[in-house]
Design a protein around this ligand. Structure first.
Ligand SMILES: Cc1ncc(COP(=O)(O)O)c(C=O)c1O
Length: 399
């Protein structure tokens, strides 16, 4: 805590003593160097033990605490804590089991789309989110407009591509917007795109899966009224937890869940898919939120991840045969960044070589209009020496 009080995030991001103490809070299986924290960020030992205690307690005590405390009181307290994490009114947040559950519900139950309208999906959106948009368009007789992002991408050509897409397609009504794309790690200028969308009467559903916990943001200031998040990536929660955000003034534009009759029509919790939640995971959230704050929150986590990213990207940019896909514009990047080997056609094979020959675990990503790539995502136990091993491997494999 003293470190936190004394240092600003960018200084703390470089303080290896601080990060060694953080890393000591995690159990890490010996094995390949993990540069794929984008799937699951890892719980601390303490969070894992707390989760296990809640599993055991619920199993021992069975339905009594669920019915007498959790359903009416405990779940509301935890939901409120989640809203405080997002810095939004309690009544605008519902807990769900994943970002996918949140986003699919927002899309499926969006009730303003009509026959003849258009929806926009892009090559950088998450597949299931884009598929949900296509599904909605089919159901309502709307048209799907597919947008490919410019490459190489800059702030200006990105904004221009949205400006042109909105101008070319005056019937657009709805679009997903991915805060941090899982394909390349590109960070979208959310506030600017959302403002442009609003000028054109287009509603935005924000996919914040990779943003929460590593980026600081204010949803109201961003102009976002619908959003879905998960908590297992950068918040450090157990798997199986997500959040739905609906701005209170827009609750009527998302229908309640088809199966729900527990909550009032204007209660955001009726917009979460019905089902018994993973109660022990929910009960672990206060511990996880306290840990998130203690580490320095998204400001410090994001600064550390970006610092580790800069360590390898700054060197990789000078390696012939390596193309880094995300620019160094601070508005457009975070800790996750993808690259490709330009002299090797098969990026999936190179992912395998990084693992087999260099003990480095990364992940191949396809689907961007600019082609397949390899995603690198450090975590809170990643060291600069591990990142340097990646750079050394890139130097050798790029030839
Ligand atoms: C950009 C993006 N959106 C949505 C999701 C889905 O999140 P969840 O697995 O919590 O449903 C992911 C998961 O990796 C993601 O990367």
């Amino acid at each position: 805590m003293t470190d936190l009080l004394l240092s600003d995030p960018s200084t703390l991001a470089r303080d290896e003593g601080y990060w060694q103490r953080i890393a000591a809070q995690y159990d890490v299986e010996p094995g390949p160097i993990n540069l794929e924290y984008g799937y699951f960020g890892r719980m601390t030992r303490h969070a894992g033990a707390t989760y296990q205690q809640h599993i055991d307690a619920i199993n021992r005590c069975n339905s009594l605490p669920l019915r007498q405390h959790f359903d009416d009181i405990g779940s509301v307290e935890i939901r409120n804590a989640a809203a405080e994490l997002l810095n939004v009114p309690h009544a605008s947040v519902a807990l769900t089991q994943s970002a996918s559950a949140s986003l699919q519900t927002l899309i499926r139950n969006y009730n303003r789309l009509q026959a003849g309208d258009q929806v926009l999906v892009s090559d950088l959106d998450y597949d299931s989110v884009a598929n949900a948009m296509r599904w909605l368009a089919r159901q309502r007789g709307a048209e799907v407009v597919e947008l490919s992002h410019p490459h190489p991408v800059t702030y200006d050509n990105l904004m221009q591509s949205y400006r042109e897409a909105f101008a070319r397609n005056p019937r657009l009504k709805l679009m997903p917007l991915t805060h941090v794309t899982h394909r390349t790690g590109l960070v979208m200028p959310i506030r600017e795109i959302a403002a442009l969308a609003r000028e054109h009467g287009i509603d935005v559903v924000l996919d914040g899966a990779h943003a929460l916990g590593q980026m600081e943001f204010d949803l109201e200031a961003l102009g976002i009224e619908f959003a879905g998040y998960n908590l297992q990536k950068w918040i450090g929660a157990p798997l199986s937890l997500g959040l739905t955000y609906i701005a209170p003034a827009r609750i009527g534009d998302i229908d309640p869940d088809m199966a729900d009759s527990r909550f009032a029509l204007d209660d955001v919790r009726s917009r979460a898919p019905y089902g018994t939640p993973n109660v022990p995971a929910w009960l672990t959230l206060p511990t996880v939120f306290a840990e998130h704050k203690a580490i320095g929150g998204a400001a410090v986590k994001g600064a550390r991840l970006s610092y580790l990213r800069d360590l390898w990207v700054s060197q990789a940019r000078d390696i012939e045969g390596i193309e880094v896909l995300v620019p160094d514009d601070p508005r457009l990047y975070c800790g996750i960044t993808s690259f490709r080997f330009t002299r090797h056609a098969d990026q999936a094979a190179m992912v395998q070589r990084l693992l087999n020959e260099y003990n480095l675990f990364t992940v191949g990503r396809e689907g961007s209009a600019c082609g397949p790539c390899i995603r690198v995502t450090p975590g809170f136990t990643t060291t600069p020496a591990e990142v340097q091993q990646l750079v050394d491997a890139l130097r050798q494999l790029s030839r």
